[in-house]
Design a protein around this ligand. Structure first.
Ligand code: V47
Length: 398
């Protein structure tokens, strides 16, 4: 006890003998989590559920920030990117989707290969990644369409990595061509595929997939596509769609399945939590996720996924403000700029209020204000000076 004179009264203060940081932990489950993290013990399913439910956000943030800094120090990454949805024709009929259209629908948008190539270059060649996602489109998802287009990109823009498809699209391609995942992925790699996007994962539970996305690649095959890709030298990301029919246990099981997959066949760079967007789809009665749910999701992902280097807070999905806060809760990546003429459709058809375009100066401002150093990267996290430019000769094939 310490006695302090204040005016004429003596005030008695309790003096804590314990570490003052630890003494502010109000949720005992987080103290157990902290001990495990200190000893390098992977967190259990019960730990994950406790993290997703905790009211002790300060401790959650402190732990997630500490793990983020162990992984990436004072850096937060972003990429100069071109984003293209090459087709919205899709017959998977997932209940969360507001983007998919039938071929004959007036709102169907299906770009030819020349159009995709021209679109990428519309605002100049200064980008380090082309991110393209489409749908299960029987006309566009074929090797005859993609292999020549990919080679053309690589020839004209060797400085830009190709982050194309999701595992769901690759599974569809493989089945269409009656090829094994190995065979199709080797062909895609040889044509220049650097990275597979993380979509199509949704929630791995069979219960969820039966209810929400029964026509899409199942969990085992989603994981198999990524594991084979990693073995043949293609990197990838992983996602999770949260905020609909899934339970908290199913969210954590999803994270553990990713962690185990990364052990079997390393190659995932980033995990991206995808907050459900409710406008114009069959699950709209679930409404929007809340700010606290989003923040707990980032921190839980950072703490559960000890073998993932990066947790991405994608501005277009979460909004710039939540993303900036997420940097204090374990995220170390804001994804990328879109070119000023890019038109993202998956989230814009489902109600996102984020615009289509964010300037890299805005990323840098938000990252610096959060106390970190902004670092420009490509899909595989090679680093570039912020003002790096491709040599003109490289884009001669335009
Ligand atoms: O698989 C579709 C999701 C994914 C909705 O790798 C929705 O860096 C929320 O692949 N509400 C495709 N989510 C997007 C994707 C992606 C996104 C961000 C980063 C990366 C990366 C990849 O979009 C789909 C699905 O899970 N999605 N509709 C919706 N209404």
């Amino acid at each position: 006890m310490a006695e302090v004179e204040r005016g004429r009264r003596k005030v008695i203060h309790a003096v804590h003998e314990v570490n003052p940081e630890v003494s502010f932990v109000t949720d005992p489950a987080l103290r157990a989590v902290e001990n495990k993290l200190d000893e390098g013990i992977p967190l259990s399913k019960e730990d994950g559920v406790a993290l997703l439910q905790t009211q002790d956000l300060h401790t959650l943030g402190r732990l997630a920030k500490r793990e983020k800094e162990r992984k990436s120090g004072n850096k937060v990454f972003y990429v100069l990117n071109r984003y293209i949805n090459s087709t919205n024709v899709c017959y998977a009929n997932c209940k969360f989707c507001s983007f998919a259209k039938a071929e004959k629908d007036g709102a169907a948008v299906r770009m030819g290969a020349d159009e995709v190539f021209a679109k990428a270059l519309e605002t100049g060649p200064n980008f380090n990644q082309v991110h393209i996602v489409g749908g299960h489109d029987p006309r566009q998802l074929s090797l005859d369409y993609w292999l020549p287009l990919m080679r053309r990109f690589k020839e004209a823009l060797p400085h830009a990595q190709l982050s194309l498809f999701t595992a769901a699209e690759i599974d569809y391609l493989a089945r269409r061509h009656r090829l094994s995942y190995d065979d199709i992925l080797v062909q895609l790699r040889d044509a220049g595929l650097d990275n597979i996007n993380g979509g199509g994962a949704e929630i791995f539970s069979a219960r969820f997939r039966k209810l929400v996305c029964p026509n899409k690649v199942d969990a085992d095959n989603w994981l198999k596509v990524h594991e084979v890709a990693h073995r043949v030298g293609i990197a990838s990301n992983a996602t999770m769609l949260y905020g609909t029919v899934e339970t908290l246990e199913e969210r954590v099981e999803h994270l553990i399945a990713l962690r185990e997959s990364q052990e079997r066949s390393p190659g995932f760079n980033a995990f991206i939590p995808l907050a459900f967007h409710p406008d114009g789809n069959e699950l709209s009665h679930f409404g929007w996720t809340t700010g606290l749910d989003d923040i707990r999701m980032f921190a839980t992902a950072r703490l559960m996924l000890h073998n993932f280097d990066h947790i991405k807070a994608y501005w277009m999905i979460q909004g710039l403000k939540v993303c900036q806060v997420a940097l204090q809760y374990g995220a170390d990546d804001m994804d990328g700029t879109h070119g000023s003429t890019d038109e993202e459709r998956i989230y814009h058809s489902a109600g996102t209020q984020s615009g289509q375009y964010v300037d890299d100066r805005e990323f840098r401002r938000l990252i610096e204000e959060a106390g970190y150093v902004p670092v420009r990267r490509n899909s595989t996290y090679e680093e570039f000076a912020y003002d790096w430019q491709p040599e003109e000769a490289l884009v001669g094939a335009r």
